[in-house]
Ligand binder design. Sequence first.
Ligand SMILES: [Zn+2]
Ligand SMILES: [Zn+2]
Length: 390
Amino acid sequence: MTLTLRPLIVASGGEARLAVAGLAPGRAYRVAILPVREPGTRLEMDVQADARGRATWAQRVTWQGEALCDILVDEGQTPAATLYLYAAPPEMLRRRPLRCDFHVHTTYSDGRNSPAEMVLRGRELGLDALAITDHNQYVGSREAIEVAERLGLGLLCFAGEEVSAPDWHLLAIDARAPIEQAPAGYAGLRAAIDRVHSLGGRAYLAHPYWTTSRRHHLPPADYERLLTEGGLDGIELLGDVAWEDNLRSLARWSELGVEGGYPILGNSDTHGAAHTFGGFWTLVWAEAQTREAILRAIDERCSVACGLWVLEPPGQPARPRLQAFGPFDLVDLAIFLDRHYFPLHDALCREEAELGRRALAGEALPEATMAEVAARLAALQTECWAPAPE
Ligand SMILES: [Zn+2]
Ligand SMILES: [Zn+2]
């Protein structure tokens, strides 16, 4: 018996219409809801499965965060199954989580694969948004936008480049045109940030504490000056640098605090389809899957820098574990979504990528099948999120 509880995400403080499917038709059940943050609270109710094995009820959502939903049979206290739901702040119900990577290289600079290959691999990895950011090269990102649109993928691509000087790298995202200049030194970095802004883009500092040739690439004194003087739109908190350099980024950012600090990104900085792609990403809670809404959500600090940390206990198989850094409420929700939503989302992304791959290899684009997968993904979100309160 496979039980499903819908929706998964409900508004805290309101009332939600919950439904469990997969029950024995006509049978009575007791449901116990156990909010994880309130060890003393247990909310119980009796429900009755209909002829199709489905029970629905109205639930007051008095708690915040994750809750276990035990399905008890015959008033026994041992659950026949445990399902999960999450009570989020009401304003979060208007947003959907999008997995984004804003730092990816291709053959337009020192990467191994073409923009089209990275677009398909990105979707296969479950990305919802992607920016190709070659070193001082803008054209690859335009090519990725064109490919993703032509194939009808649910992967939104951004214009981008990694503006690269001898002593700093800056991600220019969604600028109208190439940045073209990357003069060395702090003044050069500031000029590049201004140029990104004048072209309507966002300027995110890449890998602040990256060590190369045994020393930091960007002088930490320049980074400190930038943090003080402002102007950056965000910081790449996690990425493909030595792990210790990510720790330095995290340490400095946590000293600044969520309020005083900058918006944050996690990016793969991958140089190929089989490099670090999928190992780091930014989880963005946006009100729509549009470039404007995604960038605005990052501005509003509605993002979490994520990655996979591979745990290798001696003598046991390696296990990838989620890492997530950001405000507590977003990290808590990211953990829940990683377990209960993203596996379903990712399976549909893989189907879409497979269709796209065949089309790129010369087969006719299966537009109807592509549209059907997109509709299933939209339906999954409608099922998993309760309607946003008025
Ligand atoms: Zn770089
Ligand atoms: Zn890079």
